[in-house]
Design a protein around this ligand. Structure first.
Ligand code: SF4
Ligand code: SF4
Length: 262
């Protein structure tokens, strides 16, 4: 064995770094959680809110359907007649007691499905915890959105921009069978602070990802495909440059004031 062959043999261990070096040149998939929060999927089930109409009226009519359907028996609702002189909701009745016990809730969203008035929905916030039972039982005071239509920021919750962005207006499981004519149609009544939410994209080519919040998540995921998995137009050097531009845009969005907590 000559000197060069020997050297080659001795340096074979460098091959073990190939995977590491390749990964170093690829975009980062991990996030510095909890400093940074990743964009959440539009349908993530988080902390509930009780919504109000654009005129400030409460959407809840105290029908108790959510409580009836809840598999964990964690909702307690009592309805009452609306005072004629000062009605709380547009219906005959309103929910004057509303409680969710988060020690029992499994975030199945069946309450959201059952609600006839879109009163109860879930935000994207799952970063909340408590040290006593009383804090874990959210009453109407905590659940009802404020005068701006935003969820109340409780001391044991970690709200960041975007956690309330897609609280409602997602397509229900009971929505149509994917027929294109049903897509892109708003199926949610207007809400205080948000107005009429954008409809969710469906199974056809029609999408409005910018409006529904899927876009940033999809961009992060596509950064991690191998070249062969990409559409032909996004392979090779042009694809690399395209992704680099996208990555810089994403990073500048993440570092925007208010999007990270230092
Ligand atoms: S998300 Fe499910 S478990 Fe939680 S309150 Fe609603 S129905 Fe009950
Ligand atoms: S949240 Fe909806 S389902 Fe529950 S009591 Fe109010 S209106 Fe009825």
């Amino acid at each position: 064995m000559g000197f060069l062959d020997g050297l080659k043999e001795d340096l074979r261990f460098l091959g073990g770094f190939k995977v590491t070096l390749e990964q170093m040149a690829r975009p980062r998939v991990t996030w510095e959680y909890p400093l940074e929060k990743k964009p959440k999927p539009v349908r993530l089930h988080g902390r509930h809110v009780l919504n109000r109409y654009e005129d400030g009226m409460e959407k809840c009519i105290g029908c108790e359907l959510c409580a009836g359907v809840c598999p964990a028996d964690c909702i307690y609702v009592r309805g009452a007649d609306n005072p004629p002189a000062d009605p709380v909701s547009p219906g005959e009745r309103y929910g004057f007691v509303y409680e969710i016990n988060y020690l029992r809730c499994i975030h199945c969203d069946m309450c959201v499905e059952a609600c006839p008035t879109e009163a109860i929905t879930e935000t994207k916030l799952f970063e909340f915890s408590f040290t006593n039972r009383a804090d874990a039982i959210y009453t109407k005071q905590e659940l009802l959105v404020d005068d701006e239509g935003r969820p109340k920021d409780l001391p044991w919750e970690d709200w960041r921009p975007g956690d309330d962005a897609h609280t409602s207006a997602w397509m229900r499981a009971t929505s149509p069978s994917g027929a294109a004519e049903y897509e892109g149609r708003v199926q949610w009544s207007g809400e205080l602070g948000y107005g009429v939410r954008a409809p969710e994209g469906g199974q056809s080519g029609w999408r409005d990802d910018e409006a529904t919040g899927v876009k940033s998540l999809r961009e992060v995921l596509t950064l991690h495909l191998d070249d062969a998995e990409r559409p032909p137009g996004e392979r090779g050097l042009p694809g690399v440059l395209q992704r680099l531009r996208r990555r810089m845009k994403l990073q500048s969005q993440m570092l925007r004031p208010g999007n990270r907590r230092d």
